[in-house]
Design a protein around this ligand. Structure first.
Ligand code: BGC
Length: 492
């Protein structure tokens, strides 16, 4: 069966029947035309993609430092030694956020900036930087949402075995404790580890940068388990150290399937596939750790999918009741990063069957499919299964728009993306999925790891030579959506 995006978008009337499946209970709500009043409207960045100057004032090396002088490994030969220089220019960006109407900003602390060896003696100057930044954000009425660890694993810890070392969960938790003790009087929203499935799956299991190591199944399962334990211990550490009651979550890269039709069998197939262990084919590799199916049930339910034990029999020794209880910390919100997804239908045997994207499927510069309905299905599936309020902590599109002769950056595709995705998110809200916020990736065009500066996800254009910031035209679209709490999404 061939389906198109138009078909998917036409499903605006389906509601209550879908809402009743699964374990979560969707509230029967009168249709709400707007997002909740206390909704977090934000944009996201991460330290190693925007700050620059990693070694200033005594900062240490991360595993990504291997790319400092290795242009051949980065698409445009760049590195992140300067990036957007928010290390020095953060004060310029705050008025831009205010002008958009943001009440929240998701950012990360650069682990080796504050702990150059990953643990041990903190770097006071590094810690001072974030004090200044958080204070200024709060003064501007913008709540910092802080990710403890966003891909920036300290090189010194990697040299000791990284996530395969038995102390690695404690290393992360000690770092989280340091941050919560220092900033937890002001920062209320915390996220432990960004996208463990992207880091451990697409970056490590793939054998590519930054580690360029090859681990066997048992080592991969062990590292993933320790990452989960590191998360659990960090949640405990944040709750113990923060002076104001914190809200804690883990921003996961959602790999969701959407139903190829409105039929209940296809919807059930999409739901099943979204939580199964589904390998991703990446060149000649088959990546298992990118899948929702490895991580989400341990995090929210304290249990592994049976397929994980078939992948690595050694996992059964690790997954003791005490360890699974540690991993399954009560989380205040389900943080999810959503960009694209695939479609499935129920096959002849009722099992999920992938449906190829139609040739006319619109794509971003990075080649990612544009699937606005992802912001309906993923929050709905997540809430049904885990019963936590949803916060989309990343969602965005890479484009290549540059300033015109008048210096304006026109990015109509980003405006359309914002409207289409947020319209679907609002639909989830109308059907009773509690939503806590939306963070667009990204505030600024920034450094995309091995893709360098070639993928421009920013609401704000950054001139690489001068660091001049130019808000793109999509900023007005986002501002209007925020101002109206989504009412502006009604109609066209
Ligand atoms: C990551 C970001 C990245 C974005 C776009 C997410 O996987 O959390 O660091 O820049 O996707 O590629």
């Amino acid at each position: 069966m061939s389906t198109t995006r138009r078909t998917f978008l036409a499903r605006t009337a389906q509601a209550a029947a879908l809402a009743s499946a699964g374990t979560g209970t969707l509230r029967a709500l009168a249709p709400a035309a707007t997002f909740p009043a206390d909704f977090a409207w934000g944009a996201s960045t991460s330290a190693m993609q925007v700050e620059g100057y990693p070694y200033a004032d005594g900062g240490g090396r991360s595993v990504w430092s291997v790319l400092d002088n290795d242009p051949a490994k980065v698409a445009d030969g760049s590195n992140n030694l300067v990036a957007d220089d928010t290390f020095h220019r953060w004060a310029d960006d705050i008025p831009i956020m205010q002008s958009m109407g943001l009440n929240s900003y998701r950012l990360s602390v650069w682990w080796p900036r504050v702990l150059p060896q990953g643990r041990g003696t903190p770097n006071q100057k590094g810690l001072d930087y974030y004090d200044r930044l958080f204070d200024a954000l709060l003064k501007a009425g913008i709540a910092p949402w802080v990710t403890v660890h966003h891909f920036d694993y300290p090189a010194a810890l990697d040299q000791q075995g990284g996530w395969l070392h038995e102390d690695s969960p404690k290393w992360l938790a000690d770092y989280a404790h340091l941050l919560a003790a220092r900033y937890g009087d002001r920062v209320r929203h915390w996220m432990t580890i960004n996208e463990p499935n992207i880091y451990w799956g697409f970056m490590v299991e793939s054998g590519g940068p930054p580690l360029s190591k090859h681990y066997d199944h048992d080592q991969l399962a062990l590292g993933a388990h320790r990452i989960l334990e590191g998360h659990g211990r960090s949640v405990q550490a944040i709750r113990a150290a923060a002076r104001k009651p914190p809200q804690v979550g883990l921003p996961f890269a959602g790999m969701f399937s959407m139903p190829a039709s409105d039929g209940p069998a296809d919807i059930e197939a999409a739901r099943e596939q979204s939580f199964a262990l589904v390998p991703t084919e990446l060149g000649s590799n088959s990546i298992v750790f990118g899948s929702n199916g490895w991580w989400l049930d341990p995090l929210y339910r304290g249990e592994y999918n049976q397929a994980c034990f078939r992948y690595a029999s050694s996992l059964s020794k690790l997954a003791t009741p005490a360890s699974m209880a540690l991993i399954r910390q009560p989380l205040d919100f389900c943080a999810i990063n959503l960009y694209f997804g695939g479609h499935v239908r129920a096959g002849a045997d009722g099992k999920p069957e992938a449906v190829a994207d139609p040739p006319e499927m619109p794509r971003s510069h990075a080649g990612w499919s544009i699937n606005p309905e992802l912001l309906y299905w993923a929050p709905k599936f997540l809430y049904e299964r885990y019963s936590r309020p949803i916060v989309v902590t990343e969602n965005g599109i890479s484009l290549t728009d540059k300033p015109d002769a008048q210096g304006r950056v026109s990015d109509p595709r980003r405006s359309a993306f914002l409207r289409d995705y947020l319209r679907n998110y609002l639909r989830a809200s109308r059907e009773g999925v509690p939503l806590g916020g939306y963070f667009h990736w990204s505030l600024l065009d920034n450094w995309e790891f091995t893709r360098g500066y070639a993928e421009q996800f920013g609401l704000v254009y950054v001139d690489r030579a001068t660091q001049k910031r130019t808000p793109k035209e999509s900023v007005s679209t986002y501002r209007e959506i925020i101002r109206s709490r989504g009412a502006a999404l009604a109609g066209g």
